[in-house]
Design a protein around this ligand. Structure first.
Ligand code: HPA
Ligand code: ZN
Length: 320
């Protein structure tokens, strides 16, 4: 089955670190990993919830030390995702996770941005960068990092909100989003992955997001679904992620077909492909197998990804 041309809108670049690259970067930087080999590491990818994944995700980032490490990680993702059919990617990174380890903004942002600046020529993929803030760290820290990113004129098009969701409602970050919006940045936030529909409402009402990451728990609130349908708010859904983090029991229980049937603006994305069993093409294959999605549904999902991307009308026309 040929890959479906689409845009990827929900992707954490640090979640693309494959076990092999983790070992390569560790060797390059003289870091001793607490795993015997790549198989031993991969054996630990049996997650019970979001936090159990985040613990490993943050630990493995320690191998990223130099600008070249960030560039190599990003290039590896672009190479792989080009084969997955991705023509445009809006890529999140977690600056605070690197700052907390003593890695400068210039190093982590500069390293990722260097790979993105030539993505079209190198891989045929247009790209943009989103700085995500960690909701389980203080909002004041997020605000300080945002101001630093603005001061250094970091090449970002928007901000996101990720990490442990429950207990950290969007409203905590109202000021961060106000500053970002005033600076002309797009506003995106994870909401309704593990958190309740009320968090989705807060992301809409208080953060005034342009796009929601996940959002699957919106289905528990009929009035909220109607609002999301009426406004065609983009929801970047990540089926294999939801299975691996046990937001749903099995792929067959995934609400994506129901969301499509309701007329929600959903797209298919990979989230942290190195950890969750695959890239966008793997997500589409799994959906086809579980649900036998037809040509019309697949075309809708691809069209939704392009119309929900933060790109010019000209670029959209070229992609369609
Ligand atoms: N959810 C929340 N935060 C994250 C994720 C995720 O799936 N991946 C990386 N940070
Ligand atoms: Zn995510």
């Amino acid at each position: 089955m040929p890959s479906l041309p689409c845009a990827e809108l929900h992707l954490h670049i640090e979640g693309t670190l494959e076990p092999e690259l983790i070992f390569t970067l560790a060797a390059r930087n003289g870091i001793r990993l607490p795993y015997a080999d790549t198989a031993d590491l991969a054996d630990r990818y049996a997650f019970t919830d979001l936090q159990s994944f985040l613990d490993l995700y943050y630990a493995n980032m320690d191998v990223l030390r130099t600008e070249a490490d960030f560039t190599d990680m990003t290039r590896a993702y672009l190479r792989r995702t080009a084969a997955a059919g991705v023509r445009h990617a809006e890529i999140m990174m977690d600056p605070q996770a690197h700052l907390a380890r003593g890695i400068a903004l210039e190093t982590c942002v500069g390293g990722v941005a260097a790979a993105l600046s030539t993505s079209e020529a190198d891989y045929g993929i247009s790209t943009s960068l989103i700085a995500a803030f960690l909701r389980d760290r203080p909002a004041a820290e997020a605000l300080a990092v945002l101001r630093d990113l603005l001061a250094m004129e970091a090449p970002i098009i928007g901000i996101g909100l990720d990490s442990a969701e429950v207990g950290y409602p969007p409203s905590l970050f109202a000021e961060v989003y106000d500053v970002a919006r005033a600076a002309g940045l797009k506003c995106i936030a994870h909401a309704g992955e593990e958190g309740p529909p009320g968090y989705v409402r807060e992301a809409l009402d208080i953060l005034r997001v342009d796009r929601l990451d996940h959002g699957i728990r919106c289905l528990e609130d009929e009035a909220l679904v109607q609002r999301l349908v009426a406004d065609q708010v983009p929801l970047t859904v990540c089926p294999l992620s939801n299975v691996r983090l046990r937001a749903v029991a099995t792929l067959r229980d995934h609400p994506l077909p129901a969301m499509l049937a309701r007329g929600l603006n959903v797209s298919v994305n990979s989230d942290d492909p190195a950890y969750f069993g695959g890239y966008v093409d793997d997500n589409f294959s799994a959906l086809r197998q579980s649900f036998g999605l037809g040509v019309d549904d697949l075309a809708t999902l691809a069209a939704n990804s392009f119309r929900s991307a933060f790109i010019s009308g000209e670029r959209r026309a070229a992609l369609l």
